[in-house]
Write a protein that binds this ligand. Sequence first.
Ligand code: ZN
Length: 130
Amino acid sequence: LTDVARVASRGTIDAIDVTPIVDELVPAGASGTALVRLPHTSAALVLGPSDEGMLEDFLRMRRDWLAGLRPFRHVENDNPNGEAHLLSSILGVTLLVPLRDGRLDLGTWQRIILLEFDGPAQRTIELRLL
Ligand code: ZN
């Protein structure tokens, strides 16, 4: 069983707490484990705190972390979306999340954060019960 939600990112880079959107996809009473997946190559899903400072820290990571690798060689010389693909592949596009009573069973400070690296874009989030 797969259910899908769509999220619009707001800028070239963005950090969006999508926990409520993903939680809505969990069927009533579901238990077990959910695979949460982005079918994309220039965004990522991570678990972390979602206070405003932390979301800014994620954006700073995007700006600074791989700067030493420039120029990127993807498709055309220094295509900035080469960096987006690298970050997406390093951070990942899937999360395994336990479920309890039809809700995501997350740790106290764990939120599901969608990191956009090549927006603005319409992003699809899939939830698949395992
Ligand atoms: Zn590309």
